[in-house]
Design a protein around this ligand. Structure first.
Ligand code: OAD
Length: 235
């Protein structure tokens, strides 16, 4: 039977596509204050700045393409049972061809009603959210992004996905944001191997499972690791 592999990604998997991470020295949070652009209070009190921030992220993302890391993850579907859980709001996993992608922190190319979280709209053209755009319920639309201080509605589903993994691969995340970072504890048991591809030093102190840290950038380390796993699983 095919092994079930779960790939849990953060901003680092898209860094080699030219999208900024958040907490690296040149990351987004070095240039913006989270409380100005990524909280429900900011949306309430500083709507223009929040919409503008996500308009810029969306505009930038339209010029980006998947890198070798995204592509290798998508190609896993040819040889194993794989599910991607991403903290990223870009759609580079989907562009690369991954068919099972769960977005924990929302999606840049979607807007939703401020009143009804189920009323979600795809942005099919361009990058700009009109500040006065409203949904069919009459409420203002907002970026379909999980702000700091908000619930993470997909978290329970993500936990179930991770709990079904035979192997967990973590790519490009500082493991600094909760509850997302705790996903690594939801593996089925202590035997499930965890692989981490990240050139930096994510917070792995609490991981008790066998952990292999590949200190490489995603576009190099992910294809390498996946080739190795594919060969091992074929034996
Ligand atoms: P961070 O910016 O916190 O962490 C990025 C990680 O990527 C670090 O561990 C880097 O070492 C690593 N990295 C940098 N360059 C890389 C490369 N070329 N290849 C692979 N890895 C690389 O980003 P996240 O952990 O994703 O949430 O941040 C989690 C959440 O915090 C985000 O989803 C976002 C943010 O605030 C919201 O906006 C709600």
């Amino acid at each position: 039977m095919k092994k079930r592999i779960v790939v849990f990604t953060g901003a680092g998997v898209s860094a080699d596509s030219g999208i900024s991470t958040f907490r690296d020295a040149d990351g987004l949070w070095a240039n913006y204050r989270i409380e100005d652009v990524c909280t429900p209070e900011a949306l309430r009190n500083n709507r223009e700045q929040v919409i503008e921030f996500y308009n810029m992220r969306r505009k930038e993302s339209l010029t980006k393409r998947p890198n070798a890391g995204h592509l290798a993850i998508a190609a896993m579907e040819e040889w194993t049972d794989v599910c991607v859980v991403t903290q990223n709001v870009d759609n580079l996993h989907e562009q690369a061809g991954s068919s099972r992608v769960l977005h924990l922190h929302g999606e840049l190319m979607k807007l939703r009603s401020e009143r009804n979280p189920e009323l979600i709209y795809d942005i099919n053209e361009g990058w700009e959210q009109d500040i006065d755009a409203r949904g069919e319920d009459g409420a203002l639309l907002r970026p379909h992004i999980v702000f700091f201080g908000e619930d993470v509605p997909m978290f329970d589903t993500a936990c179930r996905i991770v709990a079904a993994a035979d192997i967990l691969i973590v790519v490009g995340t500082s493991l600094a944001v909760y509850p997302a970072a705790t996903l690594v504890y939801y593996v089925r048991d202590r035997q499930v191997p965890i692989y981490l591809v990240d050139p930096g030093n994510p917070d792995t102190a609490m991981i008790r499972n066998p952990l292999t840290h590949i200190k490489e950038r995603g576009a190099v380390g992910v294809p390498q690791l996946l080739k190795q796993l594919k060969d091992e699983l074929a034996e």
